[in-house]
Design a protein around this ligand. Structure first.
Ligand SMILES: [Fe+2]
Ligand SMILES: [Fe+2]
Length: 293
């Protein structure tokens, strides 16, 4: 297998997109030759998420490798959506749901891992935060629960994601030198930019998955010869964070009703040690964040 050219999309929120815009978006996905599409969540909402992914497959003729975002569970429950999506994907090998799956060996060099992730309330000040996500009304797992009761639930969601990604990476490092990890929630504050600043204590609990970040940092310290590129979304604000020499996190920009290709990636030519070069040589700032124009 030698899959190396991908279109990456995050947060397309296709339930806000009319047919004309969808067709333009599908055409943009194949403007360059690609082997597949990488999709990092907030595809739509529960009732049509799999229909939207199938529509992307059918319009482009390319496989879609994906994880789900918090909006993809709206009007249903997390377990129900995950299990029905996994069942649909078993019937169509062109739709590949990475959460809970084995890592995919893309080439001799690269593996593909992924997990939905969850904003796990561990960074920032969860108890004093004024942020109230719609998730807590729209996803049945949280409906009617107080913030104190919700906290152990979101912590467990983040932790189980970290455990599953860790397992995937353990396999991946034996068969390849590099891994792409798809996840919806930025795993570090530095990857969660708003108004050009990392998320403050008010926002960080709901925009970062610290369990995944902690695991990734440890994994990359223990295995410095293995390089990891994380692609994520959720904040709708683009930034690239150089967390360690072998760990780069790229958070994608998005706008409602205007789905876009975040990047065409050719993994054979992506130098993780110099991500500034991906953006016309713009140097990282002192806190390790590249802010592409
Ligand atoms: Fe989103
Ligand atoms: Fe999101």
């Amino acid at each position: 297998m030698n899959l190396r050219r991908f279109a990456w999309v995050t947060d397309p929120h296709l339930n806000f997109v009319d047919l004309n815009r969808f067709e333009r978006f599908a055409n943009e996905l194949t403007e360059q030759p690609i082997d597949g599409i990488l999709l990092t969540g907030d595809v739509s909402e529960a009732e049509d998420v799999i229909w939207q992914i199938r529509r992307m497959v059918e319009h482009t003729g390319k496989p879609v490798y994906f994880v789900l975002g918090n909006h993809d569970f709206y009007h249903s429950s997390i377990d129900l959506v995950r299990s029905s999506v996994a069942t649909s994907c078993k019937a169509d090998p062109r739709m590949v749901y990475l959460t809970g799956a084995e890592p995919i060996l893309l080439s001799n060099d690269w593996s593909l891992c992924g997990d939905d992730g969850w904003a796990d309330g561990r960074l920032g000040d969860y108890h004093r935060s004024m942020v109230r996500l719609n998730d807590y009304q729209q996803i049945s797992d949280f409906a009617g629960l107080s913030p104190a009761i919700r906290l152990p639930i979101i912590r467990r969601l983040g932790l189980t994601s970290a455990v599953r990604i860790r397992r995937q990476l353990e396999i991946a490092r034996h068969v390849s030198r590099r891994s792409v990890v798809l996840t919806h929630i930025p795993p570090f504050r530095e990857a969660c930019l708003y108004d050009s600043k990392p998320a403050d204590d008010n926002w960080a609990p709901f925009f970062t998955c610290h369990s995944v970040g902690w695991m990734l940092r440890r994994f990359c310290q223990r295995f410095p010869e293995h390089q990891v590129l994380v692609l994520c979304g959720h904040t709708h604000h683009q930034c690239v964070s150089l967390i360690a020499d072998n760990l780069v996190v790229w958070t994608g920009h998005a706008e409602y009703a205007d789905p876009k290709v975040n990047a065409f990636l050719d993994l054979a030519h992506l130098d993780l040690t110099a991500p500034a070069a991906w953006f016309n040589g713009q140097a990282p700032t002192s806190n390790g964040v590249v802010r592409p124009a």
